[in-house]
Design a protein around this ligand. Sequence first.
Ligand code: ZN
Length: 578
Amino acid sequence: MEVSMDVNTNQYQGTQRLVYSNNSHDTLYRVFYHLYYNAFQPGSMMDVRSRTIADPDRRVGDRISKLSPDEIGYLHVKNLKVNGKTAEANEVGTILEVTLPEPILPNSQATLELEFDGQVPVQIRRSGRDSEEGVRYSMSQWYPKLANYDEQGWHANPYIGREFYGIWGDFDVKITIDKEYTIGGTGYLQNPNEIGHGYQDEGVTVPEPTGETLTWHFKAPMVHDFMWGADPKYQHDKVLMDNGITVHHFFIPGEKTSENWEKLKEFTPKAIEYMSEHFGQYPYKQFSVVQGGDGGMEYAMSTLITGERSLPSLVGVMVHELAHSWYHGVLATNESLYPWMDEGFTSYATNLTMGEIMSRGRSNVHAGSYRGYFGLVASGLEEPLATHSDHYHTNRAYGAAAYSKGAVFMEQMGYVIGAEVRDRGLLRYFNEWQFKHPNVNDLIRIMEKESGLELDWYKEYYVFTTKTIDYAIKEVKPNGDKTELTLQRVGLMPMPVDLVITYKDGSQESIYLPLVIMRGEKAQEEGTPTRIHTEKWAWVNLEKTLVIDRNLETIKSIEIDPTKRMADVQPENNKVEF
Ligand SMILES: [Zn+2]
């Protein structure tokens, strides 16, 4: 792509040449492009949805409905050609519907060329100009972006509010803009010693630009998106990590930013290191943290975050958006369709990383995610995790499901198959599925192979329903010189049960009740009380009676899952003390 931005009118023109490989078994007669900026117009689907949803996002509300012609966003395509032949294109809101002049056959390539012109909307959601913090351009979702075609067909979802799904590509982008502007975002700058702005190699004197503009040349291999932020006031700091990754930070210096962004420079490399070790090697040579947007949003090799934050908040949002590099950036699960596999796993990774780099020693880093999920259940607003992100009835139900229930999915997976096995599975998932857009079945299969257990039931209940977990200790009574114990499944979702018995002498033992349908048992986890007994529990039985080989007099307490990884919505009935 080649694009040129007029910083006075906030309008831009560009050309795009895309070589498309149809790797499917299907002949394609149509293609679709996203034209996201058309969402920022009065009467757009995003405008209507933002005003009519029960709990509006306060960043959006009715703001789109009030935009004047020079404040709206737009993106229009003209002269669309496929293999040199003119294609018929029909703009429908944020989607361009294209009828191909000739079909694209399976295992063949086609060259799609077009021209586009756009206007950057005032900053309302994710992208835009002149943010509250004064950042001129947050250029995300700004170019005609080919929709993805996969085993489920086209994903030509209109832009209504939620996030996106992209198609892999090697990007080569030239951006021409006023020479005062510094650009940061996706991609490796190809002409750093011509551009300067903090990109030049050490000791290089950058020549004075001859005209009023500079043309920045970026390349980004194997990404599904290309974002850039631009501002004449950006301070650009560059940190080279030992592993060869360069971390860039771009922010507008000031009272509310400079001190914390200076400190942030230490945390970003630490977070990349921790995550590479635990969730898979970060595959790019660069990551850029760019002040912009309206909160935090992840893009390929980069993020846009608001910058006027306390240090914990700044580090927290950076870590969260960075963690997306694994789940949104590289695994690239369809975030519209399976938001919880991105936001949830990202939140899970964030909890662990923040525990490591910001608040070492906190006992349960996932407690907030469990609280979020339990709050959702109590609210009565819960919808299944399998809901498409645009189709949740409320913002709250989307947020708590995607972020909290999604994070709980992964921590609870550790309860079901063992934490160590889950950790290995998560690495294997990244290594086997990177750059392949995995879905929930792909993840479950990896965890099944790693654990040797059948886990389809876990997916079916937890992802496709809103059934909740509640196990109880119903009764404990003496039985001769032994103790008889009755457990009850109160909730509709079955789970394996870890039961821990604490004796009056301080020692502990455990009893394990896996589900019959797991077709196996998790190994005893490190640091857990010795397992003295294993007994399978068929989920149709609502109660299970066990006999403990010890006198009730010797028992201090009996508790279901003291690790609290099982998301039991009613923990009060999980423990009896004598
Ligand atoms: Zn996120």
